[in-house]
Ligand binder design. Sequence first.
Ligand code: XMP
Length: 514
Amino acid sequence: MKRELVVVIDFGGQYNQLVARRVRECNVYCEIYSYKTPLEKIKAMNPKGIILTGGPNSCYEEGAPTCSDELFKMGIPVLGLCYGAQLMQHVLGGKVEKADAREYGKTALISKNNSVLFEGVPTNSTVWMSHFDYISKLAPGFTVTSYTDNCPVASCEDVDNQNYAIQFHPEVLHTEYGKTILSNYVMNVCKCSGDWKMESFVEEQIKLIREKVGNGKVLLGLSGGVDSSVAAVLLSKAVGNQLTCVFVDHGLLRKNEGDEVEAIFGPDGNYELNFIRANAQERYYAKLKGVTEPERKRKIIGEEFIRVFEEEAKKIGTVDFLVQGTIYPDVVESGLGGESAVIKSHHNVGGLPDYVDFKEIIEPLRDLFKDEVRKVGLELGLPEYLVYRQPFPGPGLGIRIIGEVTGEKVKIVQDADAIYREEIAKAGLDKTIGQYFAALTNMRSVGVMGDERTYDYAIALRAVNTIDFMTAEAAQIPYDVLNTVMSRIINEVRGVNRVMYDITSKPPGTIEFE
Ligand code: XMP
């Protein structure tokens, strides 16, 4: 499909995906490419604009990531951010040097409102800075458009050649008018019309899927998570009963989750599709009996998932297409897109394609960020609680029960977790905390209940705030909420006599316990 495109060129900065997301919030489609991508390839995409991101290097050092000056002469507006701004100046004949002090954090900016980028931005505003180097001399043709106390060139531009440089980070929310500045670039400099909308995405995808699938059979592994649920609905709308969804209930889901998934997608649900629920709980518990080592547990859960899925898929016979819920951050992080790649060697349940007989893969969400997948879900009429569901790991409660997994322990952690989630929602905190759950520690200790001595398990409560799940801080839940959760868990969940709140950040802790 033909649509307007802005290209983000990644120099290894931590905010590359954020830049792309912000552009998409302006309803303009945006993709991330490494700075090593040949210029001809970028040119052939016919982008309306090019944004150079930040990066950890100094542009004047030997071997630092760079670009050709041709990039700035193609007649396509270029916006350089942070490292990208410095590189633009460096390549075009300006000077970048190490500053006496690092400028970091919220900083007061004074901008000139005659620059198109600063339209609608007051003369005094707050921006987010993070740099050691600074632009000490402008490249020919540029004028300064803003500055701070410590930074004489917080932004500059050469309007005739459509090159714009910004030292601060408009993509982070700490920059008060960041969205306005990026929108000014995308809409007023690049002259995009804003044709990237989720309504049209849905229509477009349904049409594309129909064309591709024809009369073929389609298989999808449904987990009940946001991505696979949205993919299922999209496919169901496109090809109806040609789609079969296999839902493996491994007995390690949250309380009632299996039934909830079945209520939505099963025979009494709203969608035209074939739904198969494989109840593999007992099989899993048998495999996990006596196993305590976390990686071994993960492996068993992953392998068993493939086996169950494969058995179910075999019953259907040959399928033509297998659907995968890959989303854009997976594409970027697996190194196909940007430069700041392969930080995360995550953790998906299994490598399905090898085991199932199919001709081709369909990845309908491959171009979308998570927030866009959610928008598509709402557009398709999926319930809000499902669309805004927090992340849940493939191995499920198996990695939230420290040590051996048993059916009895699963029940304990499910009940405690359900109480915790209920109270967090009651306190109105469910949309503000990034991820929260209960885990069952492997520790038993002495307590007293009524007049009886107890020797029971300790539940650990976890709640974290995070942008990218790579780093996280423990959320500061009000004490009275924690107190209610503690008292309900002790009273309502048998086998628990202590509740603890985990205040560890990541690093050094991880979000999950195993
Ligand atoms: P950690 O525990 O590594 O988790 O700090 C970071 C994020 O990833 C999720 N997670 C997983 N997701 N399969 C998944 O699909 C897994 O094996 C897995 N392990 C952790 C975790 O819930 C958190 O959101």
